[in-house]
Design a protein around this ligand. Structure first.
Ligand SMILES: [Zn+2]
Length: 199
């Protein structure tokens, strides 16, 4: 086991209220230990800011790989009291700027997974990602696609449409391109999705 960085190393990579205090590498796995600094934060229910600490809480999530090694974040953050007497929430967990509520992957890792899965099947993507240091099954990739929301852009004047082969040619998905910007969107994958817009 190799400790890469000692205690109390400031780092703003995860927002100004979080700092890395330790990194540990063991084989092809890296664990980054993050801690929150006490700060003023709004209650997610009423929006009133508070600084009154209630307790700490612990979260573990997967981060984007480093040198194709699997990276885990071990996070210690705070719970705060809401001091607004009219609010129904007494204690709340501070939000993490780099991950959604109840998510087990950082936002950056979600982007990494989706971009790596765009032109291939979920199964093949899961295998490819495992070589890059990301652990995710094909069902979890599909769930990430299912949660995506696409916004219509009425200003698009011209599009291109392509079929791409997935699952070794046994299935096809449709890609739609915004010809002006080159942006692309997957319209159907494994025959399950029907989004049709390009941003
Ligand atoms: Zn509140």
């Amino acid at each position: 086991m190799t400790e890469l960085i000692g205690d109390n190393i400031d780092d703003t990579e995860y927002g100004k209220y979080f700092f890395i205090y330790k990194r540990v590498e063991h084989g092809n796995k890296i664990v980054i230990y993050l801690k929150s600094k006490p700060h003023e934060t709004p209650c997610p229910v009423c929006g009133v800011a508070t600084r009154k600490l209630a307790a700490t809480y612990h979260r573990v999530m997967q981060e984007t790989p480093y040198c194709n090694k699997n990276v885990t974040l071990d996070i210690t953050a705070y719970k705060y009291y809401c001091l607004n007497p009219k609010c129904k929430r007494n204690v709340f967990c501070e939000r993490l700027p780099f991950a959604g509520k109840n998510q087990v992957r950082t936002k950056e890792l979600c982007k990494f997974i989706l971009l790596n899965s765009l032109n291939t099947s979920n199964n093949q993507s899961s295998i490819n990602l495992s070589y890059l240091g990301v652990k995710i099954g094909r069902e979890a990739i599909q769930k990430m696609y299912d949660r995506l929301h696409f916004k219509d852009d009425p200003n698009i004047k011209s599009i291109g449409v392509d079929d791409i082969s997935v699952k070794k040619g046994s299935k096809y998905a449709t890609m739609v391109y915004n010809l002006k910007t080159g942006n692309q969107r997957l319209c159907s994958k494994d025959g399950t999705e029907n989004h049709l817009d390009v941003g």
